[in-house]
Design a protein around this ligand. Structure first.
Ligand code: ADE
Length: 252
């Protein structure tokens, strides 16, 4: 996948793209990220990229020409064929489903808004989607763009390696993930649940499934309505709602 990023602060991307899985994904050819400085497409001696808003009011607005020129010259004939996503608190909330959808594209473009926002005509001329990473306001779209790149890249087949598939991730199943343990089996009196040491893979799978549902019930009950659950699992939740506790959960 190739991702073109349009930003006024290219240096912000250095750390996150140069470490760990994102770094390896680029080295192995799964991911190509091209960072474009919007200022390079601004005209005049001062290469101005922002101006005060027409109609008054505070703050500065990113100008339309440098952004449109940058996107058009980099995307060329691909403009109109691929998602051009503006990162903005006004966008659609980003989640695992959106990440999965974006991971299906060969190419994406991300525009990082700054200041009070971008001239509205940027939306009309080049933007196809708008994404917000949460209901809070950041200083710009750069960190959100990195969040999107990270979440999408780990879904590209091969990036995590065959043995480390993202299928069980929190949210991938519609549920939060079950608890994990690794060595040692006891630390400061806290023991790893016996079931995980039992070698009984059927029992382990049942325990993990129940734990995932339990965790979701405790922490994100809003997810349960649309989670793919069996009738038996829904009955189990109804018992928890009624105040009963679970033998698998409590006994381990
Ligand atoms: N720019 C500023 N805040 C943002 C947010 N929450 N999501 C996406 N882009 C942003």
């Amino acid at each position: 996948m190739r991702i073109d990023v349009f930003t006024l602060f290219p240096a912000m991307f250095r750390g996150p793209l140069d470490e760990s899985i994102l770094k390896r994904a680029q080295e192995q050819g799964y991911l190509q990220v091209e960072i474009h400085n919007i200022r390079d497409y601004a005209e005049g001696k001062h290469r101005i990229t922002d101006e005060p808003p027409y109609g008054g009011g505070g703050g500065m607005i990113m100008k339309v020409e440098p952004i449109v020129r940058a996107v058009e010259s980099v995307l060329g004939d691909d403009l109109g064929q691929i998602p051009v996503i503006l990162l903005t608190p006004q966008g659609r909330l980003f989640n695992q489903e959106v990440a999965r959808r974006l991971a299906g594209y060969e190419r994406l473009a991300l525009i990082c808004g700054r200041y009070e926002g971008v001239d509205e005509r940027v939306r009309q001329l080049v933007v196809t989607d708008e994404i917000s990473i949460g209901d809070y306001v950041l200083t710009g779209g750069e960190l959100p763009a990195m969040v999107v790149i990270d979440a999408v890249t780990r879904l590209i087949p091969g990036v995590l390696g065959a043995r480390w598939a993202p299928d069980d991730d929190s949210h991938a199943t519609g549920l939060l993930e079950y608890p994990h343990y690794t060595r040692p089996s006891e630390f400061r009196g806290l023991r790893v649940p016996d079931v995980l040491l039992s070698g009984d893979h059927g029992r382990i799978a049942r325990w993990r499934r129940e734990q995932a549902i339990r965790r979701t019930w405790e922490r994100r009950p809003d997810l349960l309505a649309s989670a793919p659950l069996t009738d038996e699992e829904r009955a189990m939740i109804a018992r928890w709602d009624a105040g009963e506790t679970s033998s698998e959960t409590d006994g381990e």
